[in-house]
Design a protein around this ligand. Structure first.
Ligand code: HEC
Length: 136
């Protein structure tokens, strides 16, 4: 009985934590999806799962769930920002994507970080500006 109660308590606790995470504004997600459909979908597919051996899945990717800085750099520098080996083998490179405004880039990264089973922090245009200013 004690065990059941304890399980119930921890369950409630984690539900509470999940519930307390601020939701990404719907408008941001919608803007991000528009950019995704134009700039990323052709390779990473509508479901974000990519194509085996061609483009990686963005679902639960450690780069998508990792730091904002790394993710911003991946889009701006493409494959140059990614390891060549490390049990990943994509015959296609990802070209740098340089035709997005800071806001569009922020929106699409926020969208990807919170779609396809991902949950990660929001990226802002200020984040993008900050990273760009420090890129070599
Ligand atoms: C022309 C095809 C193409 C387009 C368009 C494209 N990507 Fe990629 N992307 C790739 C390929 C191929 C890789 C793997 C490259 C490598 O490992 O060298 C990749 C890797 C990634 C990764 C690393 C994921 C991981 O786990 O390895 C992220 C994040 C990513 N892309 C995000 C995006 C976003 C966001 C967009 C749109 C703004 C985008 N990509 C557009 C082909 C593309």
């Amino acid at each position: 009985m004690k065990k059941v109660f304890f399980t119930f308590l921890t369950g409630t606790f984690f539900l509470l934590i999940a519930w307390m995470q601020p939701a990404v504004p719907k408008a941001t997600m919608e803007r991000g999806k528009v950019v995704y459909d134009k700039a990323c979908l052709s390779c990473h597919m509508p479901n974000g799962l990519g194509v085996p051996r061609m483009a990686p899945s963005l679902s639960k990717s450690k780069y998508v769930l990792g730091t904002k800085t790394k993710m911003i750099r991946i889009v701006l520098r493409g494959s140059e920002e990614l390891p060549v080996n490390e049990d990943r083998d994509f015959t296609n490179p990802m070209a740098p994507i340089l035709n997005l405004t800071d806001q569009q880039l922020a929106d699409v990264l926020t969208f990807v970080r919170n779609s396809y089973g991902n949950r990660a922090s929001v990226v802002t245009a200020a984040d993008v500006k900050y990273v760009k200013a420090r890129m070599n």
